[in-house]
Design a protein around this ligand. Structure first.
Ligand code: UDX
Length: 439
């Protein structure tokens, strides 16, 4: 099938590459000409495992191309996806101006004799589909034939290609049988279960799913605080409750809290949507509060040990919001480093993929960025592990002990083993685990 995707950000680019990979002809549209040129040449602006190969293979095969022209995309596609950003506003509500502009731009180039399915893939508040439909109707030519569909995306950064190629489910919200038939044909090669709903429900599924996952994380993080106060082990507790199939073990890893471009934004948006609809979802405010308190509790424990942070040399491993990505948006690590710097500490940090972004966005100019985990630890009075990169779990611990000024490790992602750390002579703190007493 022929399709186009407007917006070559994370979701648009990975979706476009994967649709091409299963044999569709894909045009990715973006208004940034430099990005379009780079992508057409096979250069990927983000670090995402496996993506570069898929893009290069499909560009070479002629199934994937990039353009800055919406008209080019709409003219040559039966299905037109919208995958532009929906950033948060100061009050947590969603800025839908990019979606609205793209709807008007699609309307301007729709030809009356061409039926098109316009699919919203961006994460949007419930009822946005109605607005997109009304906007295209208002600004389109008389007789333009189109339907609007909601098809939220559930990919995770760091494993986006795999998530897209093997989705748990595909959600299609549509009130048109004609549009639905085309959407089912488009997704047939993925051989995944398809859930068909009305448009409002499809839109709501995305916010409800992300909020539920964040709730799971905050739940186990709240349990981790109780574990610390009582001497229980949060990992054992998570295993024990996760073995119940109704609960499941995924997303029960206690740590410094969730970050990234989706959870913080989507939870705030869902709260704002519920308030606008007159049914405030107050449980989600507690989810946010617990998330924030994880970092505060961690800092308190650091202060309890180091006493005063001013002029202390502190090493931080990990700057991205999680492992296997170069994305530093709403990264808990960056917030933590800002807290340390505000208290006068000297921070030396290392991240396998995130340092270029940290440098270019100048988020923590006071922090010194170095080229390896051990170099960051050199002479530090404490080491903080802030992101769950596998690389950090493989560092030679004896060498680490020699490198640090004092063998003090605060593991914010429960990456290392407390018993090993104790045997090696580290003073080791992690999240919700009893440390040396673990058997
Ligand atoms: C998330 C959703 O998983 C995905 O379905 C949606 O499309 C976009 O938002 P992503 O933001 O890429 O994906 O990352 P995810 O793997 O979900 O992790 C989000 C945050 O939660 C990270 O900061 C991670 O460190 C944290 N996390 C995750 C935990 O603290 N504990 C866990 O058990 C799982």
């Amino acid at each position: 099938m022929d399709l186009s995707i407007i917006g070559s950000g994370y979701v648009g680019l990975v979706s476009g590459a994967c649709f091409a990979e299963v044999g569709h002809n894909v045009i990715c549209v973006d208004n940034d000409q430099r990005k379009v040129d780079a992508l057409q040449a096979g250069r990927i602006p983000i670090y995402e495992p496996g993506l570069e190969e898929v893009v290069q293979r499909n560009v070479a095969a002629g199934r994937l191309r990039f353009t800055n022209s919406i008209e080019d995309g709409v003219d040559h596609s039966e299905v037109v996806f919208i995958a532009v950003p929906t950033p948060p506003q100061a009050d947590g509500s969603v800025d839908l101006s990019y979606i609205e502009r793209v709807a008007r731009e699609i309307a301007a180039v729709l030809k009356p004799e061409q039926y098109r399915v316009v699919v919203d893939k961006s994460t949007v508040p419930v009822k946005t589909g109605d607005k997109v439909y009304e906007t295209i109707k208002r600004y389109g030519k008389k007789g333009a034939e189109f339907d609007v569909v909601s098809n939220p995306e559930f990919l995770r950064e760091g494993c986006a290609v795999d998530d897209l190629m093997h989705p748990d489910r595909i959600v299609i919200g549509s009130k048109s049988d004609r549009a639905l038939a085309l959407m089912k044909k488009l997704y047939e090669p993925f051989m995944a279960p398809i859930l068909v709903t009305d448009i409002n429900s499809a839109e709501l599924i995305k916010h409800a799913a992300n909020s539920f996952l964040a709730l799971k994380i905050s739940y186990i993080n709240a349990v981790s605080a109780i574990c610390e106060a009582s001497g229980a082990d949060v990992e054992k507790v998570a295993d024990g409750i996760g073995m119940d199939k109704r609960i499941g073990r995924n997303f029960l890893n206690a740590g410094l809290g969730y970050g990234g471009s989706c959870f913080p934004k989507d939870i705030a948006a869902f709260i704002a949507i519920s308030e606008q609809l007159g049914v405030p979802f107050t449980l989600l405010k507690e989810v946010e509060r617990i998330n924030q308190s994880q970092r505060e509790r961690f800092l308190k424990s650091l202060r309890n040990t180091l006493w005063i942070l001013r002029d202390k040399k502190i090493a931080v491993w990990g700057l991205t919001f999680k492992g296997d990505t170069d994305d530093i948006r709403s990264s808990v690590s960056i917030e933590l480093i800002k807290d340390l710097i505000a208290e006068g500490a000297h921070v030396t940090a290392y991240d396998p993929k995130g340092m270029d972004n940290v440098r270019s966005f100048k988020l923590i100019p006071e922090a010194k960025l170095v080229n390896s985990a051990l170099e960051a630890a050199q002479g530090a009075e404490a080491l903080i592990i802030a992101t769950e990169w596998h690389e950090f779990a493989k560092v030679d611990l004896n060498q680490l002990k020699e490198t640090l000024h004092s063998p003090l490790v605060f593991d914010g992602r429960n990456l290392l083993d407390p018993v090993t750390m104790h045997h090696l002579g580290f003073q080791y703190h992690s999240i919700g685990r009893p440390g040396a007493t673990k058997s």
